[in-house]
Design a protein around this ligand. Structure first.
Ligand code: FES
Length: 130
């Protein structure tokens, strides 16, 4: 894991979501949990979703990772709440990074963690409900 304090050319929005993450924590009654690791750095994310009639009604996350991973996890949970699971799958890591005002190129791989967390949680949900 890298030093968790974002440095360098981070947008205000990245700094805001890093300093004040939205939806951080565990969810006791989650319908599904996605757990993913970033092979590039070993950082991990756990994403908890509450799903009603295919709509994501609540999302929470726990990320042990760098500042960019925490900021993208935070933004990703905000972006998928209220979306159907199909719509949530369409949320790309680029879209999350763009919503944060962009990430330095060297940190783009960090946004992949959030994207994979969403996919893993939805895959798990579909596996369980089938
Ligand atoms: Fe690991 Fe950013 S350095 S997710």
């Amino acid at each position: 894991m890298e030093d968790s304090t974002p440095k360098g050319p981070y947008s205000d929005s990245v700094m805001d979501h890093f300093s004040n993450p939205r939806n951080m924590g565990e969810m006791e009654d989650a319908d599904t949990i996605g757990e993913v690791g970033n092979p590039k750095c070993g950082d991990v994310m756990k994403l908890y979703l509450k799903i009603k009639e295919n709509v994501i009604v609540d999302a929470k996350f726990k990320t042990f990772g760098c500042g960019a991973a925490i900021a993208t996890s935070s933004m990703a949970t905000e972006m998928i709440k209220g979306k159907t699971i199909d719509e949530a799958r369409e949320v790309s890591n680029d879209a999350v990074a763009n919503a944060l005002g962009g990430l330095p190129p060297a940190k783009m791989h960090c946004s992949v963690l959030a994207k994979e967390g969403i996919d893993a949680a939805i895959d798990e949900y579909l596996k369980k409900s089938n």
